[in-house]
Write a protein that binds this ligand. Structure first.
Ligand code: SAM
Length: 206
């Protein structure tokens, strides 16, 4: 590979992190990615393992990771830069804020929410991210027929989410055995511990 080609394919860590010019206006997604393509987002993307795995597998799609912890944002940006993935951006912000205020309506094909913070103690349940309002906000940003994938290791959280879904504008779908997703870091850990994993595959109702 000559120097010019090597230079053009390099991606810096700083270039992966998305720092909006205006935190009070919807993102202009056409300016954020190099290609116009369907967009998937990973809420609470952690170290970016799922996001970069998907981006490698589907170079014709765009992927936006949202994560509030600085260290994890750095890890995720580093992974995307090392793998030279032009179709990945990472935004450091609260997922709920991004979904409610930064992402345009009908702009996202798939939302991944894998192992959201569990808040297992009853007095902390109100901190859990999935609420009726959250589902309505996710519905707003999805394209018609868009999908929401959720996984958790908490049985009671899963049941609560299913109840919220039953009165939402989403319907549950059976898992598609043909569709294999890269494992997330937490998923690998739960599998190694043989912990239960509860999954939901949702699609918007028109
Ligand atoms: C249990 S970890 C799971 C990480 C990753 N999804 C995985 O499966 O490996 C939850 C992640 O969500 C992030 N997180 C939790 N609440 C968040 C919020 N409201 N906004 C953005 N990130 C959040 C945490 O910082 C953490 O990285």
């Amino acid at each position: 590979m000559d120097d010019a080609v090597a230079y053009s394919s390099a991606i810096s860590v700083a270039a992966v992190e998305l720092i909006p010019a205006d935190y009070f206006a919807p993102l202009d997604l056409a300016l954020i990615f190099r290609q116009a393509a369907p967009l998937e987002i990973d809420l609470g993307c952690g170290d970016g393992t799922l996001l970069t795995g998907l981006a490698e597998k589907f170079p014709e799609r765009n992927f936006l990771g949202i994560e509030r912890l600085l260290g994890r944002v750095r890890s995720a940006c580093g992974k995307a830069a090392r793998k030279k993935l032009p179709n990945v951006r990472i935004l450091r912000i609260e997922s709920t804020y991004a979904v409610q205020h930064l992402l345009p309506s009908k702009s996202i094909d798939v939302v991944h929410l894998l192992f959201p913070d569990p808040w297992p103690k009853k007095r902390h349940h109100r901190r859990r991210i999935v609420t009726g309002d959250f589902l309505a906000a996710v519905h707003r940003i999805l394209v018609p027929g868009g999908r929401l994938r959720i996984a958790t290791d908490q049985a009671d959280y899963f049941e609560t989410i299913r109840e919220l879904v039953s009165v939402s504008a989403f319907r549950e779908e059976a898992a598609d055995e043909q569709e294999i997703f890269p494992l997330t870091t937490f998923e690998k850990q739960f599998i190694a511990e043989r912990a239960p994993i509860y999954r939901l595959r949702l699609r918007t109702i028109a």
